[in-house]
Design a protein around this ligand. Structure first.
Ligand code: APR
Ligand code: ZN
Ligand code: ZN
Length: 361
């Protein structure tokens, strides 16, 4: 059997996205059919539409989602119909060198659903990040589903599937922020704001928020930033040094993805500090640094891949903290929208007051 559902499809480079009817197969071995309840609009979806992530059009967009498992295929035991789940980008194998070394986010053998979802004429769809959740139902590998407490609103739970997890994980997993640390976060959009929340959660003594947009800095303060720096007006490296007794921050998190902010992050850390790169640059971007500066600064330069998260460990933990009132996730949901409003949300994405538009189904 298969299911015909409404979904947001990107047909070609730069073309506005619209609602289409797609065909979703029943789950085969190792797969799960998920009824989507909410899905956040992330920059990566727009990136797919712009042709920045390959040209495997048509793309089925949406990848920051929560929903309820409707059916599972043969051999699936970790999730069952009725489970409330958050989706992640890919199931990991648990057996390769990366998985066995405790770094499953670098797994060599990740997988998604084997069967393809299609348009009504049979054209195969490429689901964004192996998910495709701007749809009433989607098909994923069962290992992409993490069961969490169903009392949390789906528009909040879904956030953990991408941007918010990337930011919180950059702080708590990659940066290993600890009690009393000084942290600087460069770029306070959805990801950077989540890095601020993560740093606060980890017990940082000072969290310095840097952005060029004052509205982002206002939100950063509400989320636990202790200091803000407008880098249009002030040199952020000098400001961060000044705020940290001349040393630089213990952990600097870069959440923009540009050469100038990579450079600021490099120089704004303490000599033994850690730079966490979570902003994704484009292929042509380059950074030139004096080798003596690279050599002369110890510490660590790390990139953070999906917040170096372990979904089965991190999603339920963060949901628990949220339900206990110790993690402010509500503020990330700037607006809830309908499935046919994704194109409009793309337009609003660059407004300073939107952290996330979330489709609620
Ligand atoms: N200096 C400081 N902040 C900047 C600069 C700059 N030169 N340029 C842009 N910014 C700020 C913007 O004002 C905005 O607040 O960076 C923020 C970027 O936020 P978003 O556009 O909301 O992007 P976000 O979803 O947070 O993702 C940021 O992380 O995971 C990656 O792919 C993602 O590269 C992207 C980055
Ligand atoms: Zn995303
Ligand atoms: Zn593996």
């Amino acid at each position: 059997m298969s299911h015909q559902v409404r979904a947001v499809v990107a047909r070609g480079k730069g073309a506005p996205v619209g609602l289409e009817t797609i065909v979703v197969p029943d789950p085969g071995p190792g797969e799960a059919l998920v009824k989507i309840e909410a899905c956040g609009v992330c920059h990566t979806d727009l990136h797919y539409r712009e042709g920045g992530i390959g040209d495997d059009f048509p793309f089925l967009l949406g990848h920051e989602a929560a929903g309820v498992v409707e059916a599972v295929g043969q051999g699936v035991s970790d999730v069952a119909p009725g489970d409330f789940v958050i989706l992640n980008w890919r199931a990991v194998c648990g057996q390769c060198r990366a998985c066995l070394r405790g770094r499953p986010w670098y797994c060599f053998a990740t997988h998604n659903a084997t069967q393809k979802m299609t348009l009504l004429d049979g054209t195969e769809l490429s689901p964004a990040l192996g998910i495709g959740a701007f749809a009433e139902k989607t098909l994923v590998a069962a290992g992409q589903c993490t069961k969490v407490d169903p009392t949390v609103a789906p528009q909040v739970a879904g956030l953990l599937g991408c941007g918010v997890m990337a930011g919180i994980g950059a702080a708590i997993n990659t940066g290993n922020v600890g009690r009393g640390d000084t942290v600087a976060v460069i770029g306070c959009g959805g990801v950077g704001a989540a890095a601020i929340v993560g740093s606060h959660l980890a017990g940082a003594a000072k969290v310095i928020a840097v952005d060029i947009d004052t509205r982002k800095l206002d939100t950063a303060e509400k989320l636990g930033a202790t200091h803000t720096v407008n880098s249009r007006q002030t040199d952020p490296v000098e400001a961060i040094r000044e705020l940290t007794g001349g040393f630089g921050a213990d952990v600097v998190i870069e959440a923009v993805g540009r050469p100038e902010t990579y450079k600021q992050a490099f120089y704004a850390r303490d000599l033994a500090g850690t730079v966490v790169l979570v902003g994704v640059p484009t292929p042509e971007m380059k950074l030139e640094l004096p080798l003596l500066d690279v050599f002369g600064r110890g510490g660590a330069l790390k990139s953070s891949w999906y917040g170096d998260c372990l979904p089965s460990r991190d999603f339920p933990m963060l949901i628990d903290l949220y339900l206990q009132g110790r993690l402010n996730l509500d503020v990330f949901v700037s607006e809830t929208i309908a499935l046919d409003e994704v194109e409009k949300a793309f337009e609003r994405m660059h407004h300073g007051d939107v952290l996330r538009s979330v489709v609620v189904l």
